[in-house]
Write a protein that binds this ligand. Structure first.
Ligand SMILES: *Cc1c(COP(=O)(O)O)cnc(C)c1O
Length: 435
């Protein structure tokens, strides 16, 4: 019997026939690009397996601890695996780190002291870090007399000359954001990150080069520590948690810096030996094991989204045939109502909360109202299919995650179907003959 995928999309999901036909065309077009990705996935999968073998992971490491968490050999083993996978001296992988923002804040507060300066070399850092850096009366870096300055990107690329010129004798730490975050710039390649670090170290080798690695893990075959980053942080409900880790964050890097971060996480004097894992060791490890595969699915999905939306004349970043450096696909929708419909359509594909209608809201830590469509097994997990959009010009939807390609494809089709039904896109679809 022939498998009729079209019929189920048409009859059960009520997706318009012309949209399905376009999707089929896109599938053919993207095939060679998807094939290229499989090398990265396989490489990273082998790297993770080898790190687990070298760390002698045993069945007993999957157990957890309570209370102070002393003698948690599972936690120690996982931190060893992370160090190996990321090519770093040491690692902290903890359920007490609640998010990427928290992991990054630990690195900033762990390393910087009054009078020091933090220099962001990739423009304004991710929205949620504003309060951490410059918030009023919240115990921000500014409140502790730690200065901040930034070097903007030039045409979306690192401005090496301006970076060199902006370093002063106060500069203690340089912040490099790998992913594009909520902006339209390209994500940085590992090569570019290495080049920035080299430049910074050539001015002063003692400057701590810190990478916000959120959304970047396993997109390439190397991680920032392998090109000289001193410290690097991210969230376990993004890439490295593989959709399985229920919460947590990680920091990898130089041993002495990791020590400073742990004093900030717990208390000065409370070191790596404490920190209960409660019920996370098995899930953290299983998530890491699956992460290369899941990131590969997300990247395939990203290529599909880009090509489909390019056909419909939307501005998409990155283009379908450009190399990915993070897991975010940005689509410029240009109009707030269209943006909201697009997100609401996406929500309809959720395995969880498909019938919830997402609305823009004032999210803590973000400047504009944000609409978030998702429906994830783990609250807020953006390695699961999700669309975030700050309600501000030029009305861009940031699409990320997806635990399997079919789901990402369905979400995109339902988003466009909603846009068609709301009258923002007209049938029959006028496609852009891109050739
Ligand atoms: C998601 C993200 C963060 C913040 O992580 P949360 O887990 O949402 O707090 C920081 N930087 C970048 C680039 C991100 O993508």
């Amino acid at each position: 019997m022939e498998i009729d995928v079209k019929k189920i999309l048409l009859d059960n999901f009520k997706i318009d026939k012309s949209l399905i036909n376009l999707s089929d065309t896109v599938m053919e077009e993207i095939e060679p690009y998807i094939k290229e990705l499989s090398g990265i996935t396989e490489y990273n999968q082998l790297k993770v397996i080898q790190s687990m073998i070298s760390s002698n992971v045993g069945d007993f490491h999957l157990n957890d601890s309570t209370g102070y968490g002393y003698g948690d050999i599972g936690r120690e083993c996982i931190e060893g695996v992370y160090s190996r996978v990321f090519g770093a001296e040491d690692a902290l992988v903890r359920p007490q780190i609640v998010s990427g923002t928290h992991a990054i804040a630990l690195c900033l507060f762990g390393v910087l002291r009054p009078g020091d300066e933090l220099l962001s070399v990739t423009g304004e850092p991710y929205d949620s870090l504003k309060d951490t850096i410059s918030g009023e009366n919240v115990g921000s870096l500014a409140n502790f007399h730690i200065n901040y300055s930034k070097v903007d990107l030039a045409d979306g690329k690192p401005d090496y000359k301006a970076i060199e010129e902006s370093i002063s004798d106060k500069t203690k730490m340089v912040l490099i954001q790998r992913s594009k975050g909520y902006s339209l710039r390209d994500a940085l390649s590992i090569k570019e990150i290495g080049k920035i670090i080299k430049k910074v170290k050539s001015v002063n080798k003692d400057i701590v080069c810190f990478v916000d690695n959120c959304y970047g893990e396993f997109v390439d075959t190397m991680e920032p520590s392998e090109v000289g980053a001193d410290l690097c942080a991210g969230s376990l409900i993004k890439n490295p948690g593989g959709g399985i880790a229920p919460t947590g964050g990680y920091i990898v890097g130089k041993r002495d810096l990791i020590e400073q971060c742990i004093y900030r996480l717990y208390a000065p004097g409370l070191d790596k030996d404490c920190g209960p894992t409660i019920a996370t060791n098995r899930l953290t490890l299983q998530g890491l094991f699956l992460a290369p595969l899941i990131v590969g699915e997300v990247l395939k999905g990203s290529i599909f989204i880009s090509r489909l939306l390019e056909h419909l004349n939307f501005d998409v970043y990155p283009k379908f045939n450009e190399k990915r450096h993070d897991i975010v696909t940005s689509v410029v929708l240009g109009n707030p109502e269209l943006l909201i419909s697009f997100c609401q359509g996406f929500q309809k594909a959720g395995p969880i909360d498909a019938k919830v209608l997402p609305e823009p809201w004032a999210m803590p830590g973000y400047e504009n109202e944000v609409i978030m469509a998702g429906g994830s097994f783990i609250q807020g997990a953006s390695i699961e299919l999700s669309v975030d959009a700050p309600i501000r010009k030029p009305y861009v939807a940031y699409i990320q995650g997806g635990l399997n390609f079919t789901h990402i494809k369905l979400g995109t089709l339902l988003a466009l179907q909603e846009v068609i039904e709301k009258g923002f896109l007209h049938l029959p679809i006028k496609t852009n003959d891109l050739s």
